[in-house]
Design a protein around this ligand. Sequence first.
Ligand code: ADP
Ligand code: MG
Ligand code: MG
Length: 208
Amino acid sequence: MTDTNILPHLIQAIQSEMLNNEEEISALDRAIGDGDHLTNLLRGLDAVAKLNNELIQLDWSAALMKIGMTLMSTMGGASGSLLGSMFVSMGKTAKDHQLDLAGVTAIYTAGVESIKARGKSDIGEKTMLDTLIPVMNTLQTAVLESQDRSSVLKNIKTAAIDGMLSTKEMLATKGRASFLGERARGHIDAGARTSQLILCVIADELGK
Ligand code: ADP
Ligand code: MG
Ligand code: MG
């Protein structure tokens, strides 16, 4: 993979994708949460974008850690501390890995594991993990099967979309939506949707 010069472009692509889906994302968190998920995310992305000049001077490990600490201190919400800890963990793990498929998989896996630990949550609880974990499983399979780059990127997108959609009929057992019981059914989780949009944008950009 390329160096951290790609970060400003990726961050910008993610910001535009969030804005393109602004209404839908806000409505999702309003339906079964408190409506602030997109605002939280945009605040975090904006703070990260302000660090662009600094980030491109750093290696992946330091850049990911910096992003994580920035998200943690600016985003707010459950998602801020979870995504923040994901990036800090990815940064720590990136120290010991190349950015080939196996390395990216190990780094991403460490990030997902840190959300599970911090959120005391797992797949099937109607959260962002329902997008993030299937993508982790897809990456791990891709390593075992030595899949080529374009297959991996395509499989990541499919797993993210299927995972996001799977939250619709789930009952929530973590986060604000868990207070709603049966009323949460029929709504996609906002964090699962934004995680899916972000992963799909990254896959598209890396496929160009
Ligand atoms: P808040 O719920 O504090 O307002 P956000 O609206 O920014 O924070 O983020 C809500 C999202 O965070 C949810 O849609 C869900 O995907 C995710 N989330 C909440 N709690 C957890 C948890 N324990 N584990 C994993 N993800 C969680
Ligand atoms: Mg919210
Ligand atoms: Mg909130």
